[in-house]
Design a protein around this ligand. Structure first.
Ligand code: ADP
Ligand code: MG
Length: 140
C-alpha cells in the first residue's frame, strides 16, 4: 500500500456547530494524520473555482453560497491509501446513504451541508492540495 495525501475540508455547517475536534478525531482514529490545517473564509471566486467541475449542475450556485456561508478548515490528510480511506471515514455524499460511524452519518445536515469534502482520486488530490497549500505549509 502507498502512503498518499488527500485534501479535506471541514465545511461551514460543521465549523458553525463547533465540530472540528470531533471530526479530526474521526480522521486520527481512522489512521490518518493531519499534516496541514488552516481555518479560512473562502471567497466566492475560490469556491466557484474549487467546485468548477460541478458548474453545470443544478446545485452549483447553492453549493457555492453554502461553502462561503462561514469559515472552513482546509486540511491535508496523510496515510496508507489516504484518498480512499478518507472517503470511507467521510461516508456517502448523501447522509441518508452513509454507513454507521461515518462523519456524514453522524454529523451531516443534508446532502449539501454534509460536513466534509475529500478528494476523489490521486490527480484531484494533488491539484486540490496545491490549490490551497504551499509545500512549506505541509509537514508530515
Ligand atoms: P462528494 O463531496 O461526496 O465527492 P460530489 O463531488 O458529487 O460529492 O459533490 C460535491 C458536493 O456538492 C457534495 O459534497 C455536496 O456538498 C454537494 N452536492 C452533491 N450533490 C448534491 C445535490 N444533489 N444537491 C445539493 N448538493 C449536492
Ligand atoms: Mg467530489
Amino acid at each position: 500500500m502507498a502512503v498518499e495525501r488527500t485534501l479535506s475540508i471541514i465545511k461551514p455547517d460543521a465549523t458553525r456547530r463547533n465540530l472540528t475536534g470531533k471530526i479530526n478525531a474521526k480522521f486520527e482514529d481512522g489512521g490518518l494524520r493531519i499534516v496541514a490545517q488552516k481555518r479560512v473564509q473562502l471567497s466566492q471566486a475560490q469556491a466557484e473555482s474549487f467546485y468548477g467541475v460541478h458548474r453545470e449542475r443544478g446545485f452549483f450556485n447553492d453549493l457555492v453560497s453554502f461553502m462561503i456561508s462561514g469559515p472552513v478548515v482546509l486540511q491535508v490528510l496523510e496515510g496508507e491509501n489516504a484518498i480512499a480511506r478518507n472517503r470511507e471515514i467521510m461516508g456517502a455524499t448523501n447522509p441518508a446513504n452513509a454507513a454507521e460511524g461515518t462523519i456524514r452519518k453522524e454529523f451531516a445536515e443534508s446532502i449539501e451541508a454534509n460536513s466534509v469534502h475529500g478528494s476523489d482520486a490521486p490527480e484531484t488530490a494533488a491539484q486540490e492540495i496545491a490549490y490551497f497549500f504551499a509545500g512549506s505549509e505541509i509537514v508530515g
